[in-house]
Design a protein around this ligand. Structure first.
Ligand code: IPM
Ligand code: MG
Length: 384
C-alpha cells in the first residue's frame, strides 16, 4: 500500500478536475455526532460537503446520527451511552462537532458533556490528535498578530490524547474538615504511550519539512524527563528528521514570537490542549482549526473549537473547521488524498473570494452565515 504522502504526490500530477476518484469508489458508514450548541449547525455544513464529494467523485457516505454530550444527558441521563459507543465502534469513522453548554455545567464530573469526548477518545484508543495550524494568505489580516510574523506559518500540533493528567489515577477530592479540601490529579506516562505518539510525529514530519519539536517540562517534571528520553531514543530511527526539545513555557512564547520555526510539534495531553489553542489563533480563529484523532481502528474527526452556546442557533458559527475535519477524514480514514485536497482548495478559494463568517470578518469582506459558507464551499467542489 502507498503511504498517504506518496498518494498525495501522485495525485497532484493527475487532474482532480476529472471528477473521478483516483482510488476507486469508497462506501463508508460514518457515525455523525452533532452534539450541542453550534454543533448541529456546523455539522450540517460538514455533511453537505461530504455529500458533494460523494456526488462529484462517486463515493457513498452513509450517515448514522448518534446522540452524545448534553443532548444525550437530556435524553438518556448520560453523556455517552453504551449504545452510542457501540455505534461509533462499528462505523468506518466518527465525525463529531462539539459538546457542552451552561445547562450541564453543574453536573458531577462523570455526567458532564465533555465526558463523552474523553470517553470516546479513550475507548477508541485515539492517542494521537493532529491539529494543523496553517495560515491562509487570505486570512492573514484576521489574526491579532502582525502579518509578517504569520506569512508561511504551517504547523502540525500532535497532542497525546489518552494519557497524562486527563486520565491519571488517583484523582479526586478529600475533605480536610472545616470546609477545606485536598484535590488530586495525576500525571502519568509510560514508555509505550510516549513512543507511539512520538513515532506518529516523526512519520508526519517525514512527509513535511522534516522537523519535530518535542515539548515538555523536563526541568521540573519526571514524566517530562521520561518523555524527553524516549523522544530522543525514537528520533534515532529517523536520522532524516531533525529533533529539537523545547520547554513548554518557552514554546508558548516562541509560538507567538516566531511561529515559522515550527513544523511538527509533539507534546503531552495537557500541554497540547493549551498550545493547540494558541497555534489555532495564529490562523485567525479557532473556528478554522480541524482535527483528527488517530491510533485506534476507528478514527475521530472534529473541529478544535467548542460548542459556543452564546452564538448557537444564530447562523453565526464558522463551519470551516468542521468542513476541514471532514477533509482530514477523507485523507486519513479513506485514503482519498485528492478529494481531501479538493475540499481544502475549495475552502481556500471561497476565502480568497472574500467570503467570511463573523469570527473572521474584516472590512471589505463579504459576511455570510454558517449555511451560506457551506453552500459556497459545496459549489466550489461541484464546479471546480
Ligand atoms: C479540546 C477541548 C477538550 C479537551 C475539552 C472540551 C474536554 O478543550 O478538545 O481541546 O480539553 O481536550
Ligand atoms: Mg482544548
Amino acid at each position: 500500500m502507498k503511504t498517504a504522502g506518496e498518494k498525495a504526490a501522485a495525485s497532484e500530477k493527475k487532474t482532480v478536475a476529472a471528477g473521478r476518484s483516483q482510488t476507486g469508489p469508497v462506501d463508508a458508514a460514518i457515525a455523525v455526532l452533532p452534539g450541542d450548541g453550534i454543533g448541529p449547525e456546523v455539522m450540517q455544513e460538514g455533511l453537505k460537503i461530504l455529500e458533494a464529494v460523494g456526488e462529484r467523485y462517486g463515493h457513498r457516505f452513509k450517515f448514522n446520527r448518534v446522540m452524545v454530550g448534553g443532548a444525550s444527558i437530556d435524553a438518556h441521563g448520560a453523556p455517552l451511552t453504551d449504545e452510542a459507543l457501540a455505534a461509533c465502534r462499528k462505523s468506518d469513522a466518527v465525525y463529531l462537532a462539539a459538546v457542552g453548554g451552561p445547562k450541564w455545567d453543574n453536573l458531577g464530573p462523570e455526567r458532564r458533556p465533555e465526558k463523552a469526548l474523553l470517553g470516546l477518545r479513550k475507548a477508541l484508543g485515539l492517542y494521537a490528535n493532529l491539529r494543523p495550524a496553517k495560515v491562509e494568505p487570505a486570512l492573514i489580516e484576521a489574526s491579532t498578530l502582525k502579518p509578517e510574523a504569520l506569512k508561511g506559518v504551517d504547523i502540525l500540533v500532535i497532542r497525546e490524547l489518552t494519557g497524562g493528567l486527563y486520565f491519571g489515577r488517583p484523582r479526586g477530592r478529600e475533605p480536610l474538615g472545616e470546609g477545606q479540601f485536598r484535590a488530586v490529579d495525576t500525571l502519568i506516562y509510560t514508555t509505550e504511550e510516549i513512543q507511539r505518539v512520538v513515532k506518529t510525529a516523526f512519520e508526519a514530519a517525514r512527509k513535511r519539512r522534516k522537523k519535530v519539536t518535542s515539548i515538555d517540562k523536563a526541568n521540573v517534571l519526571e514524566s517530562s524527563r521520561l518523555w524527553r528520553e524516549i523522544a530522543t531514543e525514537v528520533g534515532k530511527s529517523y536520522p532524516d528528521v531533525a529533533l529539537e526539545h523545547m520547554l513548554v513555557d518557552n514554546a508558548a512564547m516562541q509560538l507567538i514570537r516566531n511561529p515559522r520555526q515550527f513544523d511538527v510539534i509533539v507534546t503531552e495531553n495537557m500541554f497540547g490542549d493549551i498550545l493547540s489553542d494558541e497555534a489555532a489563533m495564529l490562523t485567525g480563529s479557532l473556528g478554522m482549526q480541524p482535527s483528527a484523532s488517530l491510533g485506534g481502528k476507528v478514527a475521530m474527526y472534529e473541529p478544535s473549537h467548542g460548542s459556543a452556546p452564546d452564538i448557537a442557533g444564530q447562523g453565526k458559527a464558522n463551519p470551516l473547521a468542521t468542513i476541514l475535519s471532514g477533509a482530514m477524514m477523507l485523507r486519513y480514514s479513506f485514503g482519498l488524498e485528492s478529494e481531501a485536497q479538493a475540499v481544502e482548495a475549495a475552502v481556500e478559494r471561497v476565502l480568497a473570494r472574500g467570503y467570511r463568517t463573523a469570527d473572521i470578518a474584516q472590512p471589505g469582506t463579504i459576511q455570510v452565515s454558517t449555511r451560506e459558507m457551506g453552500d459556497q464551499v459545496r459549489q466550489e467542489i461541484l464546479e471546480a
